[in-house]
Design a protein around this ligand. Structure first.
Ligand code: FMN
Ligand code: FE2
Ligand code: FE2
Length: 395
């Protein structure tokens, strides 16, 4: 596939990666992905974003089919992640008259990405740069999903270029949302995993684009959204808006247990926690895919993690659960850890350390019980659950 015309002067010049199955190693890309870059053929031609280094040669030849690279006046770096800047060093060698437009944060990042002095201009939030017959307007959108991100808007074409915002890992060379196959599930997966941890920031930037006339959203991955773009904006708003607080606090207890000892603790903790006005979900997570409990974890007010100690560590299924927290909106949630052990008992403390590192709020010290808990010990576990539930209602 060569290039694709979006409007009179705007062209897609990106790359298709149909064989990719995981993006940034950890994110699913069932149908591959695309690296979308755009050329604006204005009086002063500009390029928006770039492609992964692997696709540089085909990218440059696509651009050359439309423009003499020496004529490019601006290269907009909406975000410096290497899936968009991998081709930049090579492009700059050819586009010798181009100036890079970016946020201050991006300009700092570029120092250690390009490793050479470059002709750059920092653009402020709301600033416009003239292309002669068109204007580029910049809207800072920090943490969509890096701190450096901005959107670019072209009023004359009513196109928003939001970089990774509204993107989808979905490779279909027909590119326009009305031509490609159904990508709604992948659009949602992308939002949840990439933007999900930054919902507050998503809302802040959505407020800034409220007044813009947007007829097309041209993101950096996947389909270009031209059928009712407002629908996608509303969807992002809806997914990012906090749900109204429930009457009852939700406590989710995730545990694993080989011989049933930690399970007994988990049940006693759940019993104690339920005596306060809370809803408690108790889940044995061995054999459960962490993907299935993302929404439970996100909607929980408090999280408890239980594992026995095995060879000085907690067991894999519980680490698998903890390992997805980085892609969830969980900072500040109350948590605690527990588990039974035989001789050294490291599991509960190791889990707590990790949760602290992820900036959860540890409500109680780890609860460790040696081997099989007695009835008296189970009462202690029940009180632990009660105390944990109480900590959710006290300020
Ligand atoms: C393969 C294996 C390795 C273990 N390694 C440790 C260990 O390193 N330190 C420790 O304190 N207990 C260790 N234990 C003991 C368990 O933590 C203890 O029996 C615990 O109560 C089991 O809990 P569960 O019934 O919830 O599985 C080990 C147990 C097994 C089966
Ligand atoms: Fe990115
Ligand atoms: Fe990206």
């Amino acid at each position: 596939m060569q290039t694709l015309q979006l409007t009179n002067d705007v062209y897609w010049v990106g790359a298709l990666n149909s064989t990719l199955r995981a993006f940034d190693i950890v994110f699913e890309a069932r149908f591959g992905s695309t690296y979308n870059s755009y050329l604006i053929r204005a009086d002063k031609p500009a390029i928006i974003d770039g492609v992964h280094e692997k696709f540089t040669a085909e990218y440059l030849s696509k651009l050359q089919s439309l423009i003499d690279l020496k004529d490019i006046c601006y290269i907009v770096v909406n975000h410096t992640e290497m899936d968009h800047t991998g081709s930049l060093t090579s492009l700059l060698k050819e586009a010798t008259n181009a100036q890079i437009l970016s946020t201050k944060t991006s300009s700092l990042f570029l120092k250690n990405i390009l490793y050479s002095d470059y002709n750059g201009k920092v653009v402020e939030d709301g600033e416009c740069v003239s292309l002669g017959n068109k204007q580029l307007q910049f809207i800072h959108a920090p943490f969509w999903h890096w701190p450096d991100t901005m959107f670019t808007y072209v009023q004359e074409d009513a196109i928003l270029f939001p970089c990774d915002g509204f993107a989808t890992h979905f490779c279909d060379e027909r590119l326009f949302d009305d031509r490609v196959d159904d990508f709604s599930e992948d659009f949602r997966y992308y939002f949840e995993h990439i933007m999900g941890p930054f919902r507050k920031k998503v809302l802040e930037a959505l407020d800034k684009i409220k007044q813009l006339d947007i007829q097309m959203i041209a993101p950096s991955h996947g389909p270009i959204l031209r059928t009712n773009p407002q629908k996608y904006i509303n969807t992002y708003r809806d997914w990012s808006t906090p749900k109204p607080p429930q009457n009852k606090k939700l406590i989710v207890i995730l545990y694993v247990s080989i011989y049933g000892n930690t399970k007994k603790m988990a049940e006693a903790i759940a019993k104690g926690a339920s005596t306060v006005n809370t809803e408690v979900k108790l889940m044995d997570v061995s054999g459960i895919s962490p993907e299935h409990i993302r929404s439970e974890i996100e909607s929980a007010d408090g999280l408890l993690f239980g594992s026995p100690t095995m060879n000085g560590d907690a067991i894999k299924p519980i680490w698998d659960m903890i390992n997805i927290l980085f892609s969830l909106n969980i900072k500040g949630k109350k948590c605690a850890t527990f588990g039974t052990y035989g001789w050294s008992g490291e599991a509960a403390k190791l889990m707590e350390d990790r949760l602290r590192g992820l900036r959860l709020n540890v409500a109680l010290p780890p609860l460790k019980i040696n081997f099989i808990p007695t009835e008296d010990i189970l009462k202690k576990c029940s009180i632990y659950g009660y105390d944990f539930a109480k900590s959710l209602t006290s300020f």
